[in-house]
Design a protein around this ligand. Structure first.
Ligand code: NAD
Length: 349
């Protein structure tokens, strides 16, 4: 299959590109190379003749038309987005333009291409989204997000992603475009940009800096290893029912405080502090994020029962692999910290 992947130089997109190429798919990686991108994430895949790259912005419709016509993809996996909640609070404009208008442009470019190709029913437009569109859950383990949970986004990021999900469904209902959608919980793993909670914790710990935790650390997230997410995404693309959406989650709920403490104890084991103290001593509680959702939790029974998907690692295994990856790949994250003052913004550099 020839897959047009948008956002393939980002965290999850690059995991999709690596896995798709490893499985013998042809991949066209379309990415604007924003601050969050890093082409090193796909350096190995880029050696393959199955891989090609288009430096393009999904806000630029004529360029999208050219790319569809030049590459004639069998499917689209649309991941390109502005993805960081804190940045969406500081400056929502880019989130509206890329996540909403950019998705609209992708849908229209895909629709025109699909119509010109005679509306093949094998074509797929796979829209990749987040569980944050469902809002915030109470701390009650019997309640989880299902595919029929009403949308209730609460941050500019999640509102922009919710809008994009609605557009995708509308393009199927109105024009018959063959779509599938997925909504996933928080990802973690290798190549995670150093502004997100897990890399910030690892890198600040190693740098002897405070480990910031919003509020009292009681916010709960469900965590999924990024390579398991990529595997689920390819499965939905190949076997998911047309027009259906699938929730993807790891069934690994942790409070932020528990998560950071787990990372600290893995670091204590793999790279003990030279002064004999524990990394958890560096934890510092900071003013909470405005509108901070209390809990996200995914019920993944549809993708498990219908498509037979299960995560391959537990969160403990995945976090250990992740910490080890950051310890072994300092050149990758140091280059990003040095870029455009990213490290200064985070207090990690
Ligand atoms: P990321 O920020 O790491 O990567 C986004 C990529 O999109 C970057 O390579 C960036 O250059 C590219 N991009 C941004 N704006 C663009 C534009 N206008 N045109 C073309 N390319 C552009 O994001 P991520 O964490 O890998 O998330 C990927 C997708 O998965 C997003 O749609 C996000 O909403 C969704 N998602 C993320 C998570 C998570 O935990 N990170 C969870 C569920 C869903």
């Amino acid at each position: 299959m020839k897959i047009l992947v948008t956002g393939g130089a980002g965290f999850i997109g690059s995991a999709v590109v690596r896995l798709a190429v490893a499985r013998g798919h042809e991949v066209v990686n379309l990415d604007a190379l924003t601050y969050a991108a890093c082409l090193d994430n796909v350096a190995d895949a880029a050696q393959s003749n199955l891989y090609s790259f288009e430096h393009a912005d999904i806000r630029d419709r004529p360029t999208l038309d050219r790319i569809f016509s030049a590459h004639q993809p069998d499917a689209v996996m649309h991941l390109a987005a502005e993805s960081h909640v804190d940045r969406s609070i500081d400056g929502p404009g880019d989130f509206i333009e890329t996540n909403i208008t950019g998705t609209y442009n992708m849908l229209e470019a895909a629709r025109v291409y699909w119509v010109q190709a005679g509306k093949p029913d094998t074509f797929r437009f796979h829209h990749i989204s987040t569980d944050e569109v469902f809002g915030s859950l109470p701390n009650d383990p019997t309640v989880q997000f299902t595919e029929s949970t009403p949308y209730d986004p609460r941050s500019p990021y999640s509102a922009s992603k919710a809008a994009s999900d609605h557009l995708v469904r509308a393009w199927q209902e109105t024009y018959g475009l063959p779509v599938v959608l997925t909504n996933c919980s928080n990802n973690y793993g290798p190549y995670h940009f150093p502004e997100k909670l897990i890399p910030v914790t690892i890198l600040n710990a190693l740098g002897g800096k405070p480990l910031p935790i919003y509020g009292d650390g009681s916010n709960i997230r469900d965590w999924l290893y990024v390579e398991d997410h990529a595997d689920a995404l390819l499965l939905v693309l190949e076997k998911g029912a047309l027009g259906r959406s699938y929730n993807i989650g790891g069934e690994n709920e942790r409070t932020n405080l528990e998560l950071v403490k787990t990372l600290c104890s893995i670091l204590d084991d793999l790279r003990p502090r030279s002064d004999g103290k524990l990394y958890a001593d560096q934890i510092e509680f900071v003013t909470d994020r405005p509108g901070h959702d209390a809990r996200y939790a995914i019920d993944p029974s549809r993708i498990r029962d219908e498509l037979g998907w299960r995560p391959s690692v537990t969160v403990e295994e995945g976090l250990r692999k992740t910490v080890k990856w950051y310890l072994d790949n300092e050149a990758w994250w140091q280059a990003l910290l040095d870029r455009d003052g990213v490290g200064k913004r985070l207090g990690t550099g």
